[in-house]
Ligand binder design. Structure first.
Ligand SMILES: CC(C)(COP(=O)(O)OP(=O)(O)OC[C@H]1O[C@@H](n2cnc3c(N)ncnc32)[C@H](O)[C@@H]1OP(=O)(O)O)[C@@H](O)C(=O)NCCC(=O)NCCS
Length: 133
């Protein structure tokens, strides 16, 4: 359903490995109609102070009700409990909703950074500090 939720082909960026290997630090939200939202997050194995949100999505029917905010807050809490002090995420420059959401969540916004993910693949970079628990 991610292509529908994003409004463009995006499912190639969410291969099964994220579900198989990062479910302990990911979140799913359900309502009476099924899947309402999800967050795919990870604690960086290489940067011991860092956590990363790979994907967050909320069903169009459930938007602007605070669900993504709640998923992020839960992820911040679990990351801080594991000693992480920074959270990072990226998005496509066309994704104005994502930029507005991350700005509202207190992230600093950098970019678009040219060639971030390869030639002509520009990305907006989000970073936020986490308070120590
Ligand atoms: C971005 C997304 C996850 C936000 O989910 P959501 O549950 O609607 O967000 P919330 O209700 O928690 O919003 C929290 C705050 O973010 C900001 N925000 C969220 N969506 C916004 C929008 N469309 N326009 C402007 N600001 C927005 C607002 O400040 C909002 O607070 P408010 O409603 O009190 O004003 C959702 O729009 C989505 O799934 N989009 C498609 C997938 C995507 O682009 N994911 C992010 C890139 S990985």
């Amino acid at each position: 359903m991610v292509d529908d939720w994003w409004g463009r082909p995006i499912s190639a960026s969410l291969p099964r490995l994220f579900l198989d290997h990062f479910h302990r630090t990911s979140l799913v939200a359900e309502d009476g109609d099924g899947l309402a939202g999800f967050l795919i997050g990870l604690l960086s194995p290489s940067l011991p102070d860092s956590a990363y949100v790979h994907f967050v999505g909320v069903a169009p029917r459930a938007r602007r009700g605070g669900l993504a905010r709640d998923l992020y807050q839960r992820f911040f809490d679990l990351a801080a409990a594991e000693g992480r002090t920074k959270v990072k995420a990226i998005t496509s420059p066309v994704n104005q909703r994502s930029i507005a959401f991350h700005t509202a969540m207190g992230f600093t916004v950098t970019g678009p950074v040219a060639d971030y993910d390869g030639p002509a693949v520009d990305r907006v970079v989000f970073q936020r500090e986490l308070p120590l628990p």
